[in-house]
Design a binder for this molecule. Structure first.
Ligand code: BG6
Length: 490
């Protein structure tokens, strides 16, 4: 069973984790430039100045800013996005390596702060625009289709400091201006766009996904609405500028299962699932599902949708659906079962049938097949898996080789699952861009130790390393997979 003829094999990255050059070429400071390096056991923190001028930090996933805080990056702190893995200075070399693997598609994000350094500027930064011209020209030289995310876990921090970023409606106009600038500038060079990376992560990562330093559900509900409106307006603008543009959404997806067949576990799982579905429902169907409105009402959240907002959402539905998939998790309604877990919000309740990565993410290729079926049944739109992969510690042997069989095994099983979804279940899957096709900084922990790439980058968490690129065993394996259009997975 083979993959469709024009299947878009490739790899995925994001500017905040890959690009570096954080203060070069007129770039402004983004929210990710204010996040410190963490590790498997030490959480990432966000830095800010209090109104008395004292520098303080708080955990990124638990951020609740004190009144009058000014966010920024300060001397004496270690910010991994500063250098990341330095695509900014290595793009020619890296793109040549992607071409050598046979990539048909390369997912990258544009750093909003390279184009509009403060987010609210009237005029774009020409040097930033030129940088991405160079990238797209280089990709086009090899016939690699760019897949461009407009917002991947970075917002201009000036917008946070000015009016609390996406919590304020005015951010919508700033984003649409930025997106429109990109659509006009890169017409003919780019065809596929994504609006917001893992838009559903706002609920537990307001800072990461929206630059909002708050856990307040009402603030986050507003930020969510503003991003959904911005996404819809962006889709509309893209189509007006070029009929050939295809714009997709992007959902962070983890398959979830009820921990037992106890109906309470099943109900709990469905509730969680609805929460994730809500985002793709709005972006693909164009309206808020009644379950979400009820949920807000019951939580006492002051939330209204104007007729104008409803019309915007309706007119800006996406052309295709994309999602990330790394793992699955179980959901339990039993407080004792929940209490017995590690409490890692990403991994949920442990599944006794599955193995986990060193970071506790449960490896589950069948969950990917289930996810593909769910998305396709619901929306009947073309799908892309735009992130998938195994974060692992890689060892460089004395002869410079890197034997990452664990990664090959993970990817093989997930490609087999995609094959089944296409050829057995009839899902319209058009592309696959595994995450961190070249090593980059981890988003959740901010470390280099957790690597996903086919290509190793010699930068270490202690600041050593010269950025040298080294092919891992998975490089040649993936090259063969692409060359045989997914037929030879050995
Ligand atoms: C997704 C994000 O959540 O998962 C990426 O879109 C991220 O930005 C990826 O890097 C893997 O997560 P992590 O924490 O291992 O980097």
């Amino acid at each position: 069973m083979v993959f469709p003829k024009d299947f878009l094999w490739g790899g995925a990255t994001a500017a905040n984790q890959y690009e570096g050059g954080w203060n070069e070429g007129g770039k402004g400071v983004s929210t990710s430039d204010c996040c410190t390096r963490g590790s498997r056991t030490r959480p990432r923190e966000v830095t800010y100045k209090t109104k008395d001028g004292k520098i303080e930090t708080q955990m990124m996933f638990a951020l609740e800013a004190p009144a009058g805080a000014t966010f920024g990056s300060y001397e004496g702190y270690d910010y991994p996005s500063y250098q990341a893995t330095d695509f900014y200075h290595h793009y020619k070399e890296d793109i040549a390596l992607f071409a050598e693997m046979g990539f048909k598609m390369f997912r990258l994000s544009i750093n909003w702060t390279r184009i509009y350094p403060n987010g609210y500027d009237e005029q774009p930064n020409e040097e930033g625009l030129k940088f991405y011209d160079n990238i797209f020209d280089e990709l086009n030289k090899y016939g690699i289709e760019p897949l461009v995310t407009l917002s991947h876990y970075e917002t201009p921090v000036a917008l946070t400091n000015k009016w609390n970023s996406w919590a304020d409606r005015r951010t919508i106009d700033c984003f649409v201006r930025y997106a429109t600038t990109c659509f006009e500038r890169y017409k003919g060079k780019v065809k596929y766009w994504l609006t917001f990376n893992e838009i559903n992560c706002i609920e537990f990562g307001g800072w990461l996904a929206a630059g909002v330093p708050s856990k307040n559900p009402e603030v986050l509900a507003k930020a969510t609405l503003h991003q959904l409106l911005a996404s819809a307006l962006t889709v509309k603008a893209a189509h007006e500028i070029d009929d050939n543009y295809k714009v997709g959404n992007m959902i962070g997806y983890s398959a979830t299962y009820p921990y037992t067949c106890n109906p309470s576990d099943v109900l709990k799982q469905r509730e969680g699932q609805r929460n994730v579905d809500f985002y793709s429902d709005v972006q693909a169907r164009g309206y808020y599902p009644s379950s979400k409105l009820k949920q807000y009402e019951q939580a006492g959240i002051d939330f209204t949708l104007s007729d104008e907002d409803e019309a915007i959402l309706k007119e800006g539905t996406v052309d295709f659906i994309t999602f990330s998939y790394y793992m699955s998790a179980c959901v339990s309604a039993d407080p004792e079962v929940i209490a017995g877990q590690s409490g890692n919000m990403l991994t949920g309740v442990s599944n006794p049938y599955l193995e986990a990565s060193d970071w506790g993410w449960h490896i589950d290729p069948v969950g990917l097949r289930i996810a593909l079926n769910d998305f396709y049944t619901k929306y009947q739109l073309p799908l892309m898996v735009v992130e998938n992969g195994l974060g692992a510690v890689d060892k460089v042997e004395e002869d410079g080789s890197i034997h990452d069989d664990y990664r090959i095994n993970y990817l093989r099983s997930h490609i087999e699952a995609m094959n089944q979804a296409i050829n057995v279940d009839g899902v319209d899957l058009i592309g696959y861009t595994p995450w961190g096709c070249i090593d980059l900084v981890s988003a959740s922990t901010g470390e280099m130790e957790k690597r996903y790439g086919f290509i190793y980058v010699d930068y270490q968490d202690d600041g050593t390393g010269d950025g040298k690129r080294i092919k891992k065993d998975s490089f040649d394996w993936y090259k063969k997979v692409i060359a045989t259009n997914g037929e030879d997975l050995t």
